[in-house]
Design a protein around this ligand. Structure first.
Ligand SMILES: [Cu+2]
Length: 431
């Protein structure tokens, strides 16, 4: 006799062999997904802040973000986080239904000092339970935030209080430890930065924090699909893609720190800086001793970790800062396309159009020109935006470090004006 369990097993095996297990999983996951699709019906998200809102009360600059205000309460530096649906513009033309904190994704950067006692009220305005884990922090076990292990999950509507002393300094993070796959794929993450008790060992003039994450949003859709496991099509710096990423503006000669955190679901990101070399000075485990630092131009940031890099900005110009995985500097790239590179397609497009009207054959000489293609509603072109010399063929995890002499503000100074004789020029070979 066939039991129900056996039947289910057989069915799953058949689905698996037919390559249909993925859709079966999706069907099994339907109740949770269904709740998610409807969340915008019964939860009113906080209106989005300006993506370039001014820097908050801290001294760390979170490009396209802010730091979280605090006040003293019973001797505790006290913060308030509200977990809630948020709308985030990734770049002009693409507004995404995310989850985050206090109207933002990533959530506002928490800044405190080693030796502080902190208290953090967390209110859950999501349609499902959540919790907050303080990633990398040394704290009492009951404050660690893993739902089921260290605490009961916070149901919708409830506020809980976390409180603990800060016994370390460095770049840490916060994120949920309930329905992790969905909640982080929806944008729930933030920095928790702890400054050293007696100031920096070496003066830091500009201190930036950039969170790396990855998403799948079907072109034309507005809600990320958290079930995607490898084919991410939006790769973000602080939940923004180029050309929506704020530049990092610094004055010539300043000592710069860039804190990178990675809460992507699958990928490590090799972040590359042009025009300078740097030292990796810290991780979420603490400071790297100076004897253990070596020069680099690319830093690998594994999933679930942070890396601090430091350098003196001693070369004026507009310097790219980007992930070196080439697919991570593309926006909403479709990967199921035929490879036409170097294929002779003369006359082919007309013939194919006779059978499949509207076909465009592209990519014979590379994809650099695809920027000019139209895009569906609520989606953005695969690559970049206008630069001073034409289109910049990158999107996603890309921004610009702008090093300038004599600037008096950190407003975007525009494009670099190159000294005479320091630019590429076309030539006629005479030899
Ligand atoms: Cu990457």
């Amino acid at each position: 006799m066939t039991t129900r369990r056996q039947l289910l097993k057989t069915t799953l095996a058949m689905l698996g062999s037919a390559g249909l297990l993925g859709s079966a999983r999706r069907i099994l996951a339907q109740p949770a997904m269904k709740d998610m699709m409807h969340m915008h019906d019964h939860v009113t998200p906080t209106p989005p802040r300006s993506p370039s809102a001014p820097v908050g009360p801290g001294r760390v600059v979170t490009p396209n973000g802010t730091s979280l205000p605090w006040k003293m309460e019973d001797g505790y530096k006290t913060f308030r986080l509200v977990a809630e649906p948020v709308k985030r513009e990734f770049a002009p033309g693409l507004v995404v239904n995310c989850w985050g904190y206090n109207g933002q994704t990533p959530g506002p950067t928490i800044e405190a000092r080693e030796g502080d006692r902190v208290r953090i009220y967390v209110t859950n305005k999501l349609p499902e339970p959540t919790s907050v884990h303080w990633h990398g922090l040394i704290l009492p076990n009951g404050m660690d935030g893993v739902s089921g292990l260290n605490q009961k999950a916070i149901p919708p509507g409830q506020t809980v209080r976390y409180q603990f002393p800060l016994r370390q300094h460095g770049t840490q993070m916060y994120h949920p430890h309930f329905d992790e796959m969905v909640q982080m794929a929806m944008g729930m993450m933030g920095f928790f930065i702890i400054h050293p008790p007696a100031g920096e060992e070496q003066r830091i003039d500009r201190d930036f924090a950039i969170m790396l994450s990855e998403w799948f949003i079907k072109p034309g859709a507005a809600t990320p699909d958290p079930s995607v496991m490898s084919d991410f099509n939006l790769l973000t710096f602080n939940s923004r893609v180029f050309p929506g990423t704020d530049p990092l503006v610094v004055r010539l000669g300043q000592r710069v720190r860039i804190r990178l955190g990675n809460l992507s679901s699958m990928d490590a990101h090799p972040i590359h800086l042009h025009g300078h070399n740097f030292r990796i000075t810290g991780t979420d485990g603490g400071q790297v001793p100076s004897s253990a630092r070596w020069p680099e131009t690319t830093v690998m940031v594994p999933v679930g970790s942070t890396r601090d890099i430091e350098f003196v900005a001693d070369h004026p110009g507009d310097w790219a800062l980007h992930c070196h995985i080439t697919h991570h500097v593309m926006n909403q790239m479709g990967h199921g396309i035929p490879n036409l590179l170097a294929v002779m397609t003369a006359g082919l497009e007309e013939k194919v159009n006779g059978v499949v009207p509207g076909t465009m054959l592209m990519g014979q000489t590379g994809m650099g020109e695809m920027m000019d293609m139209g895009a569906p509603r609520n989606s953005i072109p695969m690559m970049g935006g206008a630069g001073p010399f034409g289109n910049i063929d990158m999107g996603g995890m890309f921004t610009v470090l702008k090093v300038r002499d004599g600037i008096t503000s950190y407003q975007d100074p525009g494009w670099y004006e190159h000294p005479r004789g320091t630019m590429v020029e076309p030539v006629t070979e005479t030899r």
